[in-house]
Design a protein around this ligand. Structure first.
Ligand code: C2O
Ligand code: CU
Ligand code: CU
Length: 542
């Protein structure tokens, strides 16, 4: 790798020191709630919120109470701050819900009681590098580290999970993930469902052995294609039922799966009313027949159960789709010139192939995710707001690299998924991965590796730091059929931190790199791909 720059530790520490550099053109959304004091990221100023988070191993009833499952878990405790800031999910392996307000200064004291290294990443939030969970900050068993950050982001559904070098997929799979629900004055001024009517739903797939223990990678292809479990869990529970009233709900759905992609629909055919994405509320609600949700992505739905009767049930399902999986050596002929991985499913595909598609519950299969059961009558006065927020659109011509987008080419070289032909190197960055602080950048994810055509698959690409805007999606000719069953399900109008890049697709995004210098990761959020080093650093530098 001739153009790679090896960074000495000292250089990086210097970089971190530049983080307080003020800028004349701080974008509005960042400056809105940032007080003077929070410019310091030294961690010396008094936090508003102090939380203890312990990573530990334990046993919990996941499938049944007489045969508990061994899990790994974040357990949380509030040390300082308003009551309700830390909410444990009783009986679940999922970590606590942190309820934060924009502008708060947060300190997390992290105790690692796992038998191996760990580090916490705050997915979707812009935080200093030292609080972002870069694997170079992971700590060993028995150690403690402190994360200090100010909540700069808009109200929205964010989450945290481990980001340990080559161990993220296992650690998340065995249970480690929690939610960060941020609110702000804009959101508070809106009449939205709150309290018990604002329901976080973490959707994951798992497999169990006959003693109710998690079963992870069973075949080599589970690694390079991504693990697919055959049980769908919501908030850590199978057969999830939401006991609902005849009123409006806000459902915040996170795809916390390692590699499973969902195509969300309501079982009775009613359309989905989407009100938010990764980075919080949309400008206005959007009605869709279905919504694609790839690993790492979030979507907030407005679910109105008015007019339903007590006893009614409505199911949120994942419905059939194709085109996201590799076609291998199948050739265009058999798959109908670019047909998707699911094409053969119903049609009696042989054992080996079924295994490759994900065993009992293949990628793109049809299955229920959760059931809303109408349990009681209740009236509310809530009316779906016609407008939530104003999103300032970035303009491509304002980008520092307007004429030269930074291209990130996704590829599968053999069994090794890569970015621009490279694998992750802990602290290395290539020339084109160095980004000047406080700039708007055009980036493009390109999933068109024609040399390994049969290995082409969808990759949910994620970038740390600020959320971004999707400018456009372009599909190479010949991929239309493979794209058809997912094409209407991408929520590209809001703030995003993860986008699903389909085979043949090029997605152009606009992203700012403000406020903090240091190493910020970008990677595939198919966690098996992340483990296989489909990840790189950006170095944001003053
Ligand atoms: Cu949710 Cu770098 O990941
Ligand atoms: Cu992230
Ligand atoms: Cu990938």
């Amino acid at each position: 790798m001739s153009n790679a720059t090896d960074l000495s530790r000292r250089k990086l520490l210097q970089c971190l020191g530049f983080s307080a550099v003020a800028t004349a053109v701080t974008p509005e959304w960042l400056s809105a709630t940032v007080e003077q004091g929070s410019q310091k990221q030294s961690g010396q100023s008094e936090p508003d919120i102090e939380v203890g988070i312990t990573a530990l191993t334990t046993e919990l009833p996941v499938l049944s109470s007489d045969r508990p499952t061994k899990v790994w878990k974040f357990s949380g405790e509030l040390v300082k701050g308003p009551p309700g800031t830390v909410e444990d999910i009783p009986g679940s392996y999922l970590g606590p819900i942190l309820r934060l307000r924009r502008g708060q200064k947060v300190r997390v004291r992290f105790h690692n009681k796992l038998p191996e290294d760990c580090v916490i990443h705050q997915h979707g939030l812009l935080v200093p590098e030292k609080a972002d969970g870069h694997p170079r900050h992971q700590i060993g068993s028995g150690q403690t580290s402190v994360y200090d950050y100010t909540v700069l982001d808009r109200a929205g559904t964010y989450w945290f999970h481990p980001h340990t070098d080559k161990r993220t997929a296992e650690q998340v799979y065995y249970g480690m993930a929690g939610l960060i629900l941020v609110t702000d004055s804009e959101e508070q001024s809106l009449e939205l469902p709150r309290g018990e009517y604002d329901v976080p739903l973490v959707v994951q797939d798992r497999s169990f052995d006959d003693r109710n223990q998690f079963r992870y990678i069973a075949h080599m292809h589970d690694r390079w294609r991504g693990f697919l479990g055959d049980r769908i869990l919501v908030n850590g529970k199978p057969n999830f039922i939401l006991q609902a009233s005849t009123r409006a709900y806000r459902l915040r759905i996170l795809n916390g799966s390692n590699s499973r992609i969902y195509k969300l629909v309501w079982s009775d055919g009613s359309p989905l009313t989407v009100i938010g994405t990764d980075g919080g509320l949309l400008e206005s609600p959007e009605v869709r027949n279905y919504v694609m949700l790839a690993p790492g992505e979030r979507v907030d739905l407005w679910a109105d159960f008015r007019g339903r009767k007590v006893g009614d049930e409505i199911t949120l399902r994942s419905t059939a789709f194709s085109g996201v999986m590799p076609m291998m050596g199948m050739g265009g002929g058999m798959m109908g010139g670019g047909g998707g991985g699911m094409m053969g499913m119903g049609g009696g595909m042989r054992g080996g192939m079924t295994g490759m598609m994900g065993g009992a519950l293949p990628q793109g299969a049809e299955y229920p995710i959760l059931t809303a059961r109408i349990a009681r009558e209740e009236r509310d006065q809530l009316v779906l707001p016609r407008r939530f927020s104003q999103i300032q659109r970035y303009r491509p011509q304002d980008a520092a690299n307007a004429k030269k987008p930074r291209s990130i080419r996704l590829s599968m070289m053999g069994m090794s998924p890569r970015l621009n032909g490279r694998s992750f190197e802990l602290t290395r960055v290539a020339e084109e991965e160095i980004i000047p602080l406080n700039t708007l950048q055009v980036l493009e994810f390109v999933n068109r590796d024609h040399r390994a055509h049969g290995m082409m698959m969808a990759h949910p690409m994620h970038i740390h730091g600020q959320t971004f805007q999707v400018l456009k999606r372009e599909l190479a000719p010949g991929f239309e059929q493979r794209y058809a069953s997912v094409s209407q399900g991408f929520m590209d109008n809001g703030w995003k931190d993860t986008v699903l890049v389909m085979p043949g697709e090029k997605i152009t995004i606009l992203k700012r790199f403000d406020r903090y210098t240091g190493l910020y990761l970008y990677h595939c959020h198919n966690l098996e791909h992340e483990n296989l080093d489909m990840m790189r650093n950006f170095l944001v530098q003053a």
